[in-house]
Design a protein around this ligand. Structure first.
Ligand SMILES: Nc1nc2c(ncn2[C@@H]2O[C@H](COP(=O)(O)OP(=O)(O)OP(=O)(O)O)[C@@H](O)[C@H]2O)c(=O)[nH]1
Ligand SMILES: [Mg+2]
Length: 483
């Protein structure tokens, strides 16, 4: 039985998640799906699987097709091939092309036991199917034209989504919103390419099918649209994967206390000894459908302790990879040391400064410190006290609005969430810019054609109109078996 077979094989796999469950499903897909599954199920109605109407559920005994065992010392078989009932379940036959893969598909629904499902799968293999590779069902759906590549990727995003917003974006992509917009752009570029190839002469206006000015205008529109899509990419990534928020500051500022407070549990050790936290502590919360991963870090200071130094090193790395940084400052310490002697870390991004322990200073001092700190750091300062709870809601809102500020409904609803799509769009934009430069520079039409082809191919990669086996392999290998 080939493990790495071709698209003409009939494949099978457990489609539901591993572990115990009420029901579990084994999916069989391919031209022989009905024959394979027909050997594994015996319908209570005594009908043959091939004759039941498509998309209807039927009660069935599910049979194990035991391959006769062999005696250890000879090739003689012990006993005849036997079959016994593994389970009592339901079966549905979805005839091509009205199925997920656009092939004949049979789903066998049985009890959700790993053992039962494994035996059903083995029976399907004994009946002539082979075990599916990771993502092979979805890959077939793509190869058979049921989904474009961006939709196939959205299937994976849907399965993996960890927050409501991530799921919403994945489902929009699954409905084909991104694919449609990309296809429209690509068609437009291919039309322009056809005109250019038909022999436009850029040196004189309006000489051919399409004038130079018209071409420049259309290319400018396409470029602007791609740039609008690219503008959603950073936000799209955060919405899909969640936002990483690093909590940094000097030792004892209250970083671990802040983490615990947002998590509503004592996850990190809190003591009044500076240098308590050594390692990174990551935990996630979901706020307004957005997954936020909070990362507590070791307090930043000069130290001779090797373990603490490594912790500080990790803290710096965490800052680099964070989408947002909360700089926690101890208000009491700041009041004592004085603003002029306060050594503040270099802030590189739009971070938020959190002035903690305001319960230890009077309100006038707290306000004064917040104002002056804000001026000095040129950043938003949120005064809080973890002990009294003051300012915590405002801080949470500041984090949320940073990521949820841009409306999802903008840009015709298309949000770019994948790095692969982003790179392809950047490539397309660069090619269009080159094409425009060539037109303005009076370069040969052939050169413009090359750039237009480059741009349209880059867009084609997003939907899978242009693709390589290597790209497909990379995308579908991320899936689990059974999807
Ligand atoms: N009065 C007061 N004390 C606080 C507040 N927040 C934290 N603390 C105290 O400050 C001390 C240090 O808190 P931690 O959360 O361990 O501080 P940290 O920044 O994680 O410290 P390191 O892990 O050493 O870098 C503890 O004794 C906390 O109880 C606050 O809002 N007010
Ligand atoms: Mg700590």
């Amino acid at each position: 039985m080939p493990i790495d077979g071709g698209p003409e094989d009939t494949i099978c796999a457990i489609a539901t998640s591993v572990g115990e469950g009420g029901i579990g499903i084994v999916r069989v897909s391919g031209q022989n799906a009905a024959d394979v599954a027909g050997k594994v199920v015996r319908l209570h109605s005594k009908r043959s699987l091939r004759t039941i109407p498509s998309h209807t559920l039927h009660r069935a005994d599910i049979l194990s097709l035991c391959i006769p065992s062999r005696s250890p010392n000879s090739s003689a078989t012990i006993g005849p091939a036997s079959e016994h009932v593994i389970d009592d379940g339901l079966v549905v036959y979805m005839k091509a092309p009205r199925s997920f893969t656009a092939e004949d598909v049979v789903e066998i629904h049985c009890h959700g036991s790993g053992l039962v499902l494994g035996q059903v799968c083995e029976a399907c293999i004994a009946a002539g199917a082979r075990l599916a590779q990771p993502g092979e069902f979805t890959k077939r759906a793509f190869l058979n034209g049921r989904l474009d590549l961006s939709q196939a990727e959205a299937v994976l995003d849907t399965i993996k989504s960890k927050s409501e917003l991530g799921l919403r974006l994945a489902q929009r992509q699954l409905r084909g919103e991104l694919g449609q917009q990309v296809n429209r752009l690509r068609t437009c570029l291919l039309t322009m390419l056809a005109h250019v190839e038909a022999g436009i002469d850029f040196s004189e206006e309006d000489i051919s099918f399409v004038g130079r000015a018209e071409l420049v205008g259309s290319l400018g529109d396409a470029l602007a649209q791609i740039q609008r899509m690219l503008a959603t990419a950073e936000m799209g990534r955060v919405l899909r994967e969640g936002a990483r928020v690093a909590i940094v500051g000097k030792p004892n500022a209250g970083k671990s206390s802040l983490l615990n407070c947002f998590l509503r549990e004592n996850r990190a050790i809190v003591t009044d000894i500076p240098g308590t936290t050594r390692d990174l502590i990551e935990e996630s919360v979901v706020w307004q459908g957005l997954r936020v991963t909070l990362i507590d870090t070791a307090g930043l200071r000069e130290t001779s302790d090797a373990v603490e130094r490594e912790g500080i090193n990790r803290s710096r790395i965490a800052q680099e990879y964070a989408d947002m940084i909360l700089h926690v400052v101890d208000a009491a310490e700041l009041a004592k040391i004085g603003m002029e002697n306060w050594r503040f870390p270099i802030l590189v991004r739009e971070d938020v400064v959190v002035l903690n322990k305001t319960d230890l200073v009077d309100s006038a001092t707290s306000k004064d410190l917040a104002d002056r700190l804000g001026e000095r750091a040129n950043r938003k300062v949120v005064p809080i006290s973890i002990h009294t709870g003051q300012g915590l809601v405002e801080l949470q809102r500041a984090i949320e609005s940073r990521f949820l500020g841009a409306s999802l409904e903008s840009n015709d609803g298309v949000v770019v969430t994948s790095m692969r799509h982003r790179l392809a769009l950047e490539h397309a934009a660069a090619s269009i810019e080159e094409a425009l430069a060539s037109i303005h520079g009076g370069v040969e039409p052939e050169c413009v054609a090359v750039d237009l082809r480059g741009a349209s191919d880059a867009l084609g990669e997003i939907v899978g109109a242009i693709t390589t086996d290597e790209v497909l392999e990379r995308i579908f290998s991320e899936f689990c078996i059974g999807k």
